[in-house]
Design a protein around this ligand. Structure first.
Ligand SMILES: Nc1ncnc2c1ncn2[C@@H]1O[C@H](COP(=O)(O)OP(=O)(O)OP(=O)(O)O)[C@@H](O)[C@H]1O
Length: 308
């Protein structure tokens, strides 16, 4: 393996993961494009960590195929060193110093950058002599980030690594990630519930819901699909009739509605002529509406009925 180039892609084909009676992933098919930053989003228990652990070959799927850079990662000597999976729980040697942990990880990661590791230790004010077991939760998360970014693996999966980090440290992390990604392009998968904070980083978005893929597309395209329509109640209602309405709020005679779908130029003109205000919808809001249990339960029922 050479130092990181454009990163590795991931493919899942019909992947199901069961834990006893629990179906954590249900027939998931998706692609992560090489050389992109992909957000892996979903509500609690939707299957994000399970998906990440299959890609990192921490476990084998109950059914289906996982491919990393075109190959099954399971016990794959070429692929495994190129996949860096950092979990909030922190897979570190708790009773060894940070310095020893870095030495251990760098031995297993062909593209490891000691220079970047040093910069990130300084950034997060981590003392190399300390042991992870003696660090606060936030500092331990920060050390996971140091290992994940300094590994410069062709595929890096950061699963909720921001947990415990205070806001300045999270923003320092986002900036460091973007700066290093710009210089050393690779594939990064970020799982986080703080969508508003990470959305500027994301090129692609995968949203899981109860083990199924709800959305898998480029972030720009997804943003363009969310539209806020505000105006007099009757005009808004006429305009959104027949559209996919995600949410609606009424304040006196004014209604603000969030719809999914892209408008034609003619429709935009018609909306403006009717006195309606059109605006973007933040990704976080779109996510909340799309994963609304009432909405997704309806969609799941429809999909089951279609399968019968
Ligand atoms: N080792 C396990 N044994 C049994 N059930 C599990 C195991 N790991 C996960 N699950 C179940 O599988 C489902 C998916 O869990 P997973 O941890 O993948 O979700 P997640 O999206 O990462 O959740 P969160 O955002 O809360 O971390 C949940 O119902 C969870 O309870």
């Amino acid at each position: 393996m050479t130092a990181t180039t454009t990163g590795w892609g991931v493919e899942l084909h019909g992947v199901t993961q069961r834990y006893g009676d629990v179906v954590a992933l249900d027939d998931v098919t998706l692609t992560v494009r090489p050389g992109t930053i992909t957000g892996l989003l979903g509500r609690n228990g939707s299957g994000k960590s399970t998906l990440a652990s299959l890609v990192a070959a921490f476990r084998r799927p109950t059914a289906g195929r996982v491919l990393v850079d075109g190959e099954d990662p399971w016990e794959n000597e070429r692929v495994v060193p190129g996949v860096c999976f950092v979990r909030e729980s922190g897979d570190v040697l708790d009773d060894y110093s940070l310095r020893d942990n870095l030495a251990y990880v760098s031995g297993a990661r062909p593209a490891f950058s000691h220079e970047l590791a040093g910069e990130l230790l300084d950034l997060f004010e981590l003392e190399p002599r300390r042991k992870p077991s003696k660090l606060s939760r936030g500092k331990k998360s920060a050390f996971g980030i140091v290992l994940g970014l300094a590994s410069r693996a062709p595929l890096t999966i950061l699963d909720e690594v921001h947990l415990g980090l205070d806001a300045p440290s999270r923003y320092a992390f986002y900036d460091a990630l973007l700066a290093d990604y710009a210089e050393h392009p690779r594939t990064l998968v970020l799982s986080s519930h703080l969508i508003g904070e990470i959305e500027r980083l994301l090129e692609d978005v995968v949203v899981l819901d109860r083990g199924r893929v709800l959305v898998a597309q480029d972030a720009e395209g997804l943003r363009a699909e969310g539209l806020s329509v505000t105006g007099p109640a009757d005009a808004v209602e006429r305009f959104v009739a027949g559209r996919d309405v995600l949410a609606s709020q009424r304040l006196a005679g004014t209604v603000q509605t969030t719809v999914r779908g892209v408008l034609t130029e003619g429709e935009v003109r018609r909306a403006r002529d009717a006195g309606l205000e059109l605006g973007p919808v933040p990704l976080q809001d779109l996510f909340v509406h799309l994963t609304d249990p009432q909405r997704t339960a309806g969609a799941a029922d429809a999909s089951r009925a279609a399968d019968r």
